[in-house]
Design a protein around this ligand. Structure first.
Ligand SMILES: Cc1cc2nc3c(=O)[nH]c(=O)nc-3n(C[C@H](O)[C@H](O)[C@H](O)COP(=O)(O)OP(=O)(O)OC[C@H]3O[C@@H](n4cnc5c(N)ncnc54)[C@H](O)[C@@H]3O)c2cc1C
Length: 445
């Protein structure tokens, strides 16, 4: 019997297991897939590294700074700012604090009204003031309302904020919490946006490599969980029954609800199904790069101009993403994730036509080498819904863990894993709470 069983080896489950194991607790981490990583995996296809959906790491994430060895990850940064497609050409949206020369040219480009450029500087100082955690006490609204009330014009919303943060939130209405927006804006403004040299999967791999041999079981989908005599019996499809005293469910809500049903759990803390944001990334192999720098290219003309929301040449970010002499292009669509081959083929044609309007006929020679439709990409962090309170079990001995418990991000997943582990350390007596409100895990709370 194991002391604590954690189901799901995404970043949350991994960080939870590592924190517990580091304090000497006996843990078993059970994962359905062939490897850890959950939503952060990288496939190697014909020598190209295809992240399962375009995504990036923000180096200033407080939890990432704690969890990862950045040097070993060999992080490769994207260039700050973006290239915005508008009126049949690309405009550089430059960050004056990092690239003053490019910003001077940007100041003269009237794709974004001057008043908005000044407001971006004001927004920067607003979100940079005080401690990062203070942001989560700011008044909360939707991001769209927050930006409008900040005074931004429709032009900058359409040309920059909607495609940029729509690509981060995976929803273009910007209905996501303004607190989460402010947090991310601070992260983007103060650190690098990067990928590990060998693909995003290096993140979970680095955590998994620190676990003791035998802690992580892969290819072990949990089918059913029952409880008797304050002990859980976890039925897996390949590793038999694992018994545990405490259960951590580090799986997404749609995977969690059926597992909890076998336990007849009825607490008011049970997760409720929520809306998830969708995305699709198509990967293309090309002989030459349509953009000669590691920068995000944004659709600043709205969804009516075509389905691409953002595009990046991954081989310009890290040369390891493509074999020698080739380029790898990632084109992302938000709010769509077709569930059929026909739907994917149709969307791919629309994406390629859109790319051809941006880069000319050369896009017709790109070869599609991967397409990732992701229906459950990010739990929607709706304003006023996102409360990160004290960690509580949903029923005695059962804890939920994952980005849905914090914020939908690498930072949120890592934080949830750490906080659940710390609550369990208090519960098992392995650690006294530093801050009782934060760590108290007693079921009576
Ligand atoms: C396309 C995309 C782009 C993103 N972009 C960014 C970005 O740029 N920056 C950022 O910070 N974040 C981004 N994110 C979000 C980030 O990847 C997630 O927040 C984070 O990876 C979630 O980790 P998690 O551990 O909470 O959940 P998951 O990674 O979903 O882990 C859950 C695990 O549980 C396992 N599991 C489920 N059911 C069972 C079962 N019955 N038995 C055993 N195991 C089970 C699953 O296989 C999975 O491994 C993006 C996500 C996606 C999908």
């Amino acid at each position: 019997m194991t002391e604590i069983a954690i189901i799901g080896a995404g970043l949350a489950g991994l960080n939870c297991a590592l924190t517990l194991e580091g304090a000497g607790v006996d843990v078993t981490l059970i994962e359905a897939a062939d490897a850890p990583g959950g939503r952060i995996r990288t496939d190697i296809v014909e020598g190209f590294r295809l992240d399962r959906g375009f995504q990036v790491m923000l180096t200033r994430y407080p939890e990432a700074e704690r969890a990862f060895d950045y040097e070993a990850l060999k992080l490769r940064p994207l260039r700050p700012g973006a290239l915005v497609r508008h009126d049949e050409r690309f405009h550089r949206f430059a960050d004056p604090f990092r690239e003053p020369l490019a910003a001077m040219r940007f100041a003269l480009d009237n794709v974004i009204p001057l008043q908005d450029k000044l407001r971006v500087a004001k927004l920067r100082s607003y979100v940079m003031a005080g401690e990062t955690a203070d942001i989560f006490a700011h008044p909360e609204n939707t991001t769209m309302k927050f930006l409008q009330e900040f005074g931004f014009s429709a032009a900058i919303l359409e040309r920059f904020f909607i495609p940029f943060f729509g690509g981060v939130f995976l929803e273009r209405e910007l209905g996501t919490s303004s607190r989460f927006f402010e947090f991310l804006f601070r992260m983007f403004a103060s650190g690098q946006t990067a990928v590990p040299e060998n693909g995003m999967e290096e993140l979970p791999r680095q955590l998994a490599a620190q676990l003791k041999a035998g802690t992580l079981l892969t290819h072990a989908k949990v089918r059913r969980i029952t409880r008797s005599n304050r002990q859980f019996a976890i039925e897996t499809d390949t590793k038999g029954i694992i018994e545990a005293a405490i259960l951590v469910l580090a799986v997404a809500e749609h995977d969690c609800i059926p597992l909890l049903s076998g336990l007849a759990a009825k607490s008011k803390f049970l997760p409720k199904p929520r809306k998830w944001n969708q995305t699709t990334t198509f990967y293309y192999a090309a002989e030459s790069s349509p953009v000669d720098e590691p920068i995000i290219v944004l659709n600043g003309e709205g969804a009516q101009a075509g389905p691409i929301n953002n595009l990046a040449v991954m081989s310009r970010v890290s040369s390891q993403y493509a074999p020698p002499g080739a380029e790898l292009i990632a084109a992302s669509v938000v709010e769509q994730a077709p569930d059929s081959d026909e739907g994917m083929a149709l969307l791919e044609r629309e994406v390629r036509d859109h790319a051809a309007r941006w880069f000319g006929r050369t896009a017709n020679n790109w070869r599609v080498i991967g397409g990732y439709p992701i229906q459950y990409a990010l739990p929607f962090a709706k304003a006023t819904q996102w409360q990160s309170g004290p960690v509580r079990p949903v029923e005695d001995g059962i804890y939920l863990c994952g980005d849905a418990q914090e914020t939908p991000s690498i930072n949120g997943a890592l934080k949830s894993g750490r906080r659940v582990a710390e609550a369990l350390l208090v519960r098992t007596g392995a650690r006294t709470p530093r801050n009782r409100a934060d760590f108290d895990a007693s079921p009576s709370l």
